[in-house]
Design a protein around this ligand. Structure first.
Ligand code: ZN
Length: 385
């Protein structure tokens, strides 16, 4: 187990950032291209804390919801032009993921895809140490604050892939549920389910182990119990804190074992339809996806234990997991998401299936049962509305 990030967890932790040792003197603060980080006062508060610590700050506000290679190159240029010696990622998963890629490209030559290990990436080793990262997460979704990879989209080849390296663990992460109160209900749901699936996938993965199981079950328990509350009342700080806790644990799961191909199926969807939020895409395919593994008896006992962790104490058969998952999606108002609302058409499913193999093929090595190409297309078809 190697998760070398110092995590400051709890309500109000952002106010303590200025007391912490800093990894440099000149910080590039990375935020999304939306208005919220400024409007909520999070940027000003972060700048104030960094200035209190004697750090000079610069801002890059060009990260799109599904960050692209272009976003990474633009951010790396700002970091180099201003001689920044560390990065502060202030935002959700997109911002933290993009910061990791910027950290690599601020100090290394060539193109980002030289360092991407999958798809058409060259998989070269990262020669020069990337800039250190402080992550301040404003959402509870990707677990990126405690892992060492970042997902980036290469638009011309429809590849949603990643860079990853032990040097990309944030040196410090702030998980402050107060910053999550402003996330709208629908995105709270999408991000919460992303966090849930990092743990459900990790729990049924081939590489699941004693440590990842402990993190995963506790994450599933916290998210299933508290996500509906956080969606209903965004100011419910206890619920926000518990969902954030589940999400941070799920980030740990991804450091302890490779998650499964549900993420490959989703990455293909949002690579071709960048307006589709990652969590929403996962929700859309989830029931047909898990049904496949349940019908093939991939790990009956594990599905039963997940259903129990989701509050179905009487669960006794693997199918109960599908019931628990459906109930949770209904309680969170996301049981009826439609692919067609995002412009997805069934004629694409063959193309999407090939994309899962070509770009995220590695995820299938984590599955206990191997899906055929037809099985993958079938999951999309069953999920289609
Ligand atoms: Zn995810």
């Amino acid at each position: 187990m190697y998760i070398p990030t110092r995590v400051m967890f709890g309500e109000g932790m952002l106010n303590k950032l200025g007391d912490q040792p800093m990894p440099g003197r000149r910080a590039l603060i990375i935020i999304s291209n939306g208005k919220s980080t400024r409007a909520n006062g999070y940027l000003a508060r972060t700048e104030e804390q960094l200035h209190r610590a004697g750090v000079e700050t610069f801002v890059f506000d060009g990260v799109a919801p599904n960050p692209s290679v272009g976003n990474v190159n633009a951010g790396a240029k700002v970091a180099r032009d201003n001689d920044c010696d560390f990065l502060v990622a202030l935002g959700g998963g997109s911002v933290m993921d993009c910061a990791k890629a910027i950290a690599v490209m601020a100090t290394n030559e060539g193109e980002l895809w030289d360092y991407v290990p999958i798809g058409s990436g060259k998989g070269l080793p990262i020669a020069v140490r990337p800039l250190p990262i402080i992550a301040i997460t404003t959402t509870a979704g990707t677990g990126s604050e405690t892992d060492s990879s970042g997902v980036i989209t290469k638009e011309d080849t429809f590849e949603k892939a990643f860079v990853g390296d032990a040097s990309l663990f944030p040196v410090l992460s702030i998980v402050d549920a107060e910053l999550m109160k402003s996330v709208p209900a629908t995105f709270t749901a999408y991000q919460g389910f992303d966090a849930l699936f990092h743990s459900t996938e990790g729990y049924i993965a081939k590489g699941a182990n004693l440590m990842s199981d402990m993190y995963a079950l506790e994450a599933i328990r916290n998210i299933a119990e508290y996500l509906p509350r956080a969606i209903k009342d965004g100011n419910d700080i206890e619920a926000r804190t518990r969902v954030a806790f589940g999400n941070t644990l799920s980030g740990g799961v991804m450091c302890l074992t490779l998650i499964t191909s549900e993420h490959a199926l989703e990455h293909a969807l949002s690579a071709y339809h960048p307006n589709l939020p990652h969590g929403a895409g996962l929700i859309m395919v989830s029931r047909a996806y898990y049904k496949y593994f349940i019908e093939h008896h991939a790990c009956d006992d594990r599905f039963i234990r997940m259903a129990q962790a989701m509050g179905m104490t009487e669960a006794s058969k693997p199918e109960d997991f599908l019931t628990a998952l459906t109930r949770l999606q209904e309680a969170c108002g996301v049981a009826d998401l439609k692919m067609s609302d995002y412009g997805i058409v069934p004629e694409e499913f063959e193309t999407l299936m090939r994309n899962t193999r070509e770009v995220m093929g590695v995820m299938f090595t984590s599955d206990r049962v191997q899906m055929s190409d037809a099985d993958i297309v079938n999951v999309y078809e069953e999920s289609y509305k």
